[in-house]
Design a protein around this ligand. Structure first.
Ligand SMILES: *Cc1c(COP(=O)(O)O)cnc(C)c1O
Length: 403
């Protein structure tokens, strides 16, 4: 019997550069391991410069950043917030943290919120009055819309912003997966994910393109006084709303969400690698795409990133047409897992998750299709072409057996 080559290929793991060890040593030796220290401000400045923002506020996680930003955008108890259903649930939970209710929207073919359905919903399901936009069915005031730039793709922001502005909705960009993605055409040409709406959030969790172990950054797009005020408020709320550090005066109920110097010590080093990581992600994507295309009419398609943007190519999505492949997406997934290749189906849709089963939703179709047909392939930046060929060999063998 032939011995089978067996590898362990994780889905998405950090790529940590040696400089990080030096930075961490400095934190430990100087005692600056908590919410003060030079790396935090340096990381904020580096990220702000990279995305073209005036400033940025570093926090404990992307989720903490989204929570803080939604509160700053005026979401309060009893409100409704329009959110995508196809996303990691952390994009939705902060709505409930604030006592508000989500309204779930469908996605487009790029996994991001379907901007046409968003416009239709506001037009047909809502009424405008002095207090803003109200959902006719529930009577709730709709305060904001959260868009997620899924897998490094970008939401159709021209359309979303047009709708949001005409109905008076605030826009929060969950750009947790999309740092480095920006538009290369259209009205927002040159604008980074997170820099178009009223506020934006990045995540540096360990599975993201760059990492601080866990962490996030809050930005407030525009270069104007209102944006500056929102960002100042983010800095205030994430540090327990402390007005006076000597006397401990707090004028609001804040959070302990400030990023640690230990986390930022990773960040200052990782941000320098971001462009190199994006180049690797893109190259690896091209490698997968060529192999999968060469399989011909296999029922397998590596989905493209949208047009008119430079994507960071964070996560790769393989769509399985089971009628052509002769097997389900899950059968392929199990075959890959059995050979040490960590893959996973796209997330269970949020409106089908237990906490949100009764929540309002609007004409969801495409997301249901992707939920059944898409799996995510290994995409770490330390993946070699050999690794990718191994993954594709396993896929090809699986396909051949079904013929
Ligand atoms: C990772 C992620 C988050 C949350 O970020 P954390 O830093 O893990 O809290 C939120 N939304 C989406 C879409 C994500 O992928």
């Amino acid at each position: 019997m032939k011995t089978q080559i067996m590898k362990e290929i994780p889905l998405s793991v950090p790529n940590l550069n040696p400089e990080i060890v030096e930075n961490l040593r400095e934190c430990v030796e100087t005692g600056w391991v908590s919410t003060g220290g030079r790396f935090i401000a340096e990381f904020e400045t580096a990220v702000a410069e990279y995305v073209g923002a005036e400033d940025a506020v570093a926090c404990q996680s992307g989720t903490a950043g989204l929570h803080t930003a939604l509160r700053i955008l005026g979401v309060s108890a009893g409100d409704a917030v329009i959110v995508p259903t196809l996303t990691f649930i952390a994009a939705v939970n902060p709505v409930r943290y604030l006592g508000a209710e989500p309204i779930f929207m469908d996605c487009d073919e790029n996994f991001c919120m379907n901007a046409d359905k968003l416009a239709d919903f506001c037009e047909n399901e809502c009424r405008r009055d002095a207090s803003g936009l109200t959902d006719k069915l529930t009577g709730r005031r709709i305060a904001a819309v959260v868009v997620v730039h899924v897998f490094g793709n970008m939401t159709d922001m021209e359309s979303v912003m047009r709708t949001a502005r005409s109905y008076g909705l605030k826009v929060l960009e969950d750009a947790t997966e999309a740092i480095g993605s920006f538009f290369t055409a259209g009205r927002y040409k040159g604008r980074h994910a997170g820099m178009i709406g009223d506020m934006g959030v990045y995540s540096f969790n360990a599975n993201k393109i760059i990492t601080t172990g866990g962490g996030g950054i809050i930005i407030a797009g525009g270069r104007n006084a209102a944006a500056r005020a929102r960002l100042a408020r983010a800095g205030y709320l994430t540090t327990t709303a402390k007005n006076d550090g000597l006397r401990f005066i707090h004028d609001d109920v804040g959070y302990n969400y400030r990023m640690l110097n230990l986390q930022a010590a990773l960040g200052v080093s990782q941000i320098k690698e971001l462009e190199r990581f994006i180049a690797i992600k893109e190259d690896n994507y091209t490698c997968y795409a060529a192999r999968i295309a060469a399989m011909g009419a296999s029922g397998l398609k590596l989905l493209p990133f949208g047009a008119g943007l430079r994507s960071n190519h964070w996560f790769y999505s393989l769509e399985v047409d089971e009628t052509v492949l002769g097997a389900t997406r899950d059968a392929l997934l199990l075959a890959l897992n059995a050979r040490g290749i960590q893959c996973r189906p796209v997330w269970r849709l949020c409106h089908r998750q237990k906490p949100y089963r009764k929540a309002r939703r609007y004409r969801i179709r495409q997301a249901l299709r992707y939920e059944k047909t898409v799996l995510n392939l290994p995409c770490s930046t330390n993946l070699s072409h050999d690794d990718i060929n191994y993954v594709c060999d396993v896929i090809e063998t699986f396909r051949d057996k079904r013929r």
